[in-house]
Design a protein around this ligand. Structure first.
Ligand SMILES: C[C@](O)(CO)[C@H](O)COP(=O)(O)OP(=O)(O)OC[C@H]1O[C@@H](n2ccc(N)nc2=O)[C@H](O)[C@@H]1O
Ligand SMILES: Nc1ncnc2c1ncn2[C@@H]1O[C@H](COP(=O)(O)OP(=O)(O)OP(=O)(O)O)[C@@H](O)[C@H]1O
Length: 325
């Protein structure tokens, strides 16, 4: 019997740890349609996975149940940040879904290393969920295909399928209907992270309110601007900087007006363009090349911002180790 599969060796329980990393994302474009009856909005988005990763270490346990902790290598200052460690945690939910579809699940402890800002608009919780799906699939030898995992991911949240897939992709539906897109070269960005979060539903509701007040028609069906895909295909940051768009940005700025200044400071310090990432409040500033991104991040740190140079596209959720303890 293979202990790596069964977790049992001569009657003795052998714990096994599968470690998976999954990227955060920036929405290079995000067009938002009207509110649907299910409480979601149809969107057309171009997702870019960036080199800021969450890690989940899933360890089999002898007793049943799912437990969650935040690992000591987390790079975020999590003081006063509300991350539930019970069944409300997205990683917990992902393990529970995997347990339901696996034949021989054990108990599992999930240790999450947080690097993506919490409630930052970069899909950090979604990355934890994607990583957990993949880790539990390996741990319990569930043998699900990537397609089956993507299906489960969509049940967990609109951004979860993309963290599984990674790279660059067009997202339609609520963002979960993904088609990979070509990107010739990496794009360099500086992320300016806030010391507060924004609630994704509240940002969507604020956009609805602003639109109702204006009484403008909302375009449907939504489309991705071909110029965005062209700029990514060509690996041309100058062209991309001219077509970045996020319909949620004005709602995020309504809730956190200082975001406008953050984008302005980034642009006046050399960024090609700046945009709120997803529902915010993280701001993504596009740079010419890696050196320009590093220089801009350093300048912004001197000005007191929490700034970090990253690049994308990077791959989606990947197993990085699998060990018997
Ligand atoms: C803003 C984005 O990050 C852009 O990629 C996503 O649209 C949000 O994805 P997410 O955080 O995974 O969202 P979910 O956890 O599925 O949904 C949280 C809430 O956000 C709102 N929501 C989310 C996605 C969407 N297409 N329309 C929405 O209106 C809904 O109120 C929903 O109840
Ligand atoms: N594993 C998790 N990590 C962080 N927050 C979680 C997690 N599970 C549940 N949450 C809850 O979800 C909220 C949003 O977390 P998250 O960091 O995923 O936001 P986000 O990155 O803005 O999401 P998105 O960009 O997908 O809209 C948090 O405030 C927290 O209460």
């Amino acid at each position: 019997m293979n202990p790596a599969i069964s977790g049992v060796n001569r009657g003795r329980f052998v714990a096994r740890t599968v470690r998976v990393r999954a990227p955060g994302k920036v929405n290079v474009s995000l067009n938002v349609g009207p509110l649907r009856p299910d409480g979601y909005h149809s969107v057309a988005s171009v997702y870019l996975a960036v080199s800021l990763y969450e890690e989940v270490a899933a360890t089999s346990t002898e007793g049943p149940g799912i437990t969650v902790s935040i690992g000591p290598s987390s790079t975020l200052d999590l003081d006063g940040v509300d991350i539930p460690l019970d069944e409300r945690n997205l990683a917990y939910k992902a393990a529970a879904i995997m347990r339901d579809v696996s034949e021989n699940p054990t108990g599992v402890h999930l240790e999450i290393t947080k690097r993506v800002p919490v409630a930052g608009g970069m899909g950090g919780g979604s990355a934890d969920a994607a990583a957990t799906l993949l880790a539990c699939d390996a741990l319990w030898n569930s043998g699900l295909s990537r397609e089956e995992l993507a299906h489960l991911a969509a049940e967990l949240g609109a951004d979860v399928p993309f963290s599984l897939l990674g790279g660059t992709a067009v997202g339609l539906g609520v963002g979960d209907e993904l088609s990979p897109a070509l990107a010739k070269a990496q794009m360099d960005w500086v992320l300016v992270c806030a010391d507060y979060g924004l609630s994704t539903p509240e940002v969507f509701h604020t956009l609805d309110r602003l639109r109702n007040t204006e009484g403008l028609d909302i375009p449907e069906p939504l489309e991705v601007d071909a110029k965005i895909l062209q700029a990514l295909r060509d690996g041309n940051p100058d062209a991309l900087s001219k077509v970045l768009i996020n319909d949620l940005q004005r709602a995020s700025i309504k809730l956190a007006p200082q975001l406008r200044d953050t984008i302005g400071i980034g642009e006046s310090n050399g960024a090609l363009a700046g945009i709120v990432s997803g529902s915010g409040p993280t701001v993504a500033l596009l740079a010419h090349n890696p050196r320009a991104a590093e220089g801009l991040a350093e300048d912004l740190r001197h000005l007191g911002h929490n700034a970090l140079a990253v690049h994308g596209p990077v791959p989606g959720a990947r197993i990085i180790s699998d060990t018997l303890l």
